[in-house]
Design a protein around this ligand. Structure first.
Ligand SMILES: Cc1cc2nc3c(=O)[nH]c(=O)nc-3n(C[C@H](O)[C@H](O)[C@H](O)COP(=O)(O)OP(=O)(O)OC[C@H]3O[C@@H](n4cnc5c(N)ncnc54)[C@H](O)[C@@H]3O)c2cc1C
Length: 363
């Protein structure tokens, strides 16, 4: 088939590679000037792969998509022409002394949501809504529960962590180097990239751009926040920092459970730590604010005092594409697929959503 894709962000790059590999003629259109221009949210993301921790603001479908994606990433990355750092060592939830009340509430919420998702998966092991293999959701939820660990266990796992008095291990979580992945996904051979092209409107089999229209056998609308007014999508501002900390020992992503701020730290090769992220109901793309700088970096330093001498080498803000219910949307009809609303978990769920979209498209 001749396929047109509007949007070369995370979803567009993933879908293009899969479709080209399957032998289709794939054309991708994006307003970005070139493949390395950093407009898409996918570039900015810290790359936490957190099916359990994200349950705080997600539902059963996101959890299942997340588990499925954790299965898919290794095989997908192995097919790419460039290396991508991706690890599945689990993640840690941390809390300072005095914050244990708020932290326990969050951990209880995750545990009870995980249990209800797990029980539902056991009752309906082949959930037709998600058309997934279910990724053994019915079996794995028990093992995925947050486990409280002692100070000694924490020191064994992550010797550089000093501040927090309380820690929980989430064993089934991981992380991906999003910049490497965006680059590698665009290097898949056989895709026709059309940079500097804004798609103004989309109908079944038709992309409207540059005052004209181009016809395809099937088109994909994966424009993220650019899909308005055809979808009621909004951008949710997020700010992140890259700290360079040679010699710091950190293997797993960390989340600090704080009564007021949500802060996470994600190690990234060779010697970076990504600190994120604010979540602000605004479509302001301007540089990071002083308030976010103070809150995020002070919290990061409180967890890893060694960061005091780290260098702030980069900061970035971007918009997470979110629908009114903050849940993902996948719509497949003759000649047109729309995927949007990946919000804060795009890297966690995009591969499973694209897999599902391609299965529904050929049905
Ligand atoms: C600060 C921050 C931290 C995050 N951290 C994580 C994380 O740790 N883990 C995780 O799983 N997710 C995370 N995310 C979320 C993740 O990045 C997004 O969910 C994901 O990038 C959404 O993918 P997408 O392809 O829908 O949108 P995008 O990646 O934003 O891509 C949309 C593309 O559409 C293009 N476009 C826009 N308008 C048009 C048009 N008119 N015509 C053609 N093309 C158009 C854009 O240029 C862009 O290239 C984070 C996001 C942010 C901002």
């Amino acid at each position: 088939m001749k396929i047109g894709i509007a949007g070369a962000g995370l979803l567009g790059r993933l879908a293009a590679g899969q479709l080209a590999r399957a032998g289709h003629e794939v054309h991708v259109f994006d307003p970005a000037a070139h493949a390395e221009a950093r407009g898409a949210a996918g570039w900015t993301a810290a790359g936490m792969l957190s099916p359990v921790a994200e349950l705080e603001c997600a539902d059963e479908n996101v959890f299942r998509l997340g588990l499925r994606t954790m299965e898919l990433w290794p095989a997908l990355l192995a097919q790419l022409p460039l290396p991508v750092e991706c690890r599945f060592d689990g993640s840690l939830l941390l809390a300072h002394r005095g914050d244990e009340g708020a932290a326990a509430r969050t951990v209880d919420l995750l545990s009870s949501k995980l249990s209800s998702v797990g029980w539902a998966a056991e009752r309906h092991p082949s959930d037709a809504r998600s058309a997934l293999s279910t990724a053994d959701a019915g079996v794995r939820w028990r093992e995925a529960q947050p486990t409280k660990i002692t100070a000694e266990q924490l020191r064994d796992l992550e010797p550089s962590i000093r501040g927090p008095a309380h820690a929980w291990l989430l064993p089934h979580e991981g992380r991906i180097h999003t910049v490497q992945a965006m680059q590698a996904l665009a290097a898949v051979p056989g895709v026709h990239w059309h940079w500097g092209h804004t798609v103004d409107a989309i109908d079944a089999g038709v992309l409207r751009l540059g005052g004209g229209e181009q016809r395809f056998d099937h088109v994909f609308d994966v424009r993220g926040t650019g899909a308005r007014p055809q979808l009621p999508v909004r951008g949710v501002r997020g700010e992140i920092f890259w700290l360079q900390a040679p010699g710091l020992q950190l293997t797993r992503p960390l989340r600090l459970l704080h009564p007021r701020h949500r802060v996470y730290l994600v190690p990234r090769a060779p010697d970076l730590v990504v600190v994120g992220a604010s979540e602000i109901e605004s479509e302001d793309r301007s540089p990071v604010s002083l308030r976010s700088t103070v809150e995020l970096l002070a919290a990061a330093h409180s967890v890893l005092p060694e960061l005091a001498e780290a260098r702030v080498v980069h900061s970035e803000s971007n918009l997470r594409p979110a629908l009114p219910d903050n849940l993902p949307l996948l719509e497949v009809q003759a000649g047109l697929t729309r995927i949007n609303g990946l919000f804060r978990h795009g890297w966690l769920i995009a591969p499973a959503l694209v897999e599902q979209a391609l299965q529904e498209m050929i049905r």
